[in-house]
Ligand binder design. Sequence first.
Ligand code: B12
Length: 210
Amino acid sequence: MSLIEEIREGIIQGQANIVVDKVRQALEAGESAEVILNQGLISGMQRVGEMFEEGTVFVPEMLIAARAMDKALTLLRPHLVEAGVQPIAKVAIGTVKGDLHDIGKKLVAMMLEGSGFEIMDLGINVPPEKFVDAVRQGAQVVALSALLTTTMPNMKDVVDALDQAGLRGQTRVIIGGAPVNQNYADQIGADGFAPDASSAVRKVRELIGV
Ligand code: B12
């Protein structure tokens, strides 16, 4: 197995320490950061997403793989910046006001980052104004998470705030989280919905046409 294949396999198995070690070895051997990212890390994460959809891995495995990816990205990030790899687009993601659930949002952020998007993670309990600011700072996509039926309506407040700021036309809004669905996205005027982290990546790509 080549180092790149070992990195890919390490992501699939969720072996953070092995992945980090192999990424370091690959960099030392002169492998390009872009190849390590695309053929190792992203390819591995895509496979994990497929396995999740097939029902052969579940949320815990996905989180472990995402964590391995996160650690490897920390090591790789300066090399990617140096190599001038351009992110596909900027995505501002956050859990809406009143809601403290973090795990699903983080997973979506990691999968998007692993797929080449630049992520502005606004955190949890995020008021609408913060999303508006993020769009002013260049976010092309706003991704909203809510896990509570009581906080879902706060997603509409974000859509309305973007509208009032005159920024709705230049932004794509995607929503997710256990209590929401495509119907709800249509109802509040969001551009899309995705049920999980891997389909979120597909949906965001579709929304911005890449
Ligand atoms: C862990 C957890 C907590 C933790 C959160 C810790 C943390 N750091 O996140 C703590 C203990 C803090 C917590 C608190 C509460 N919780 Co809670 N919590 C959960 C639990 C068990 C798991 C959520 C989770 O992380 N799932 C795993 C992740 C990976 O899945 P996910 O979040 O659904 O995300 C996936 C998709 O939804 C999607 N997705 C998520 N976000 C986004 C965003 C976008 C843009 C897209 C495209 C996709 C997407 O992709 C993700 C990955 O596949 C759920 C039950 C459940 N089974 O969901 C209850 C649950 C959500 N909680 C619930 C409740 C009631 C509460 C509390 C009110 C409890 C209380 N009385 O204090 C508080 C509320 C606090 C607050 N203000 O937010 C209820 C909600 C009921 C409802 N319908 O409103 C649930 C459903 C439990 C239940 N069955 O009653 N909770």
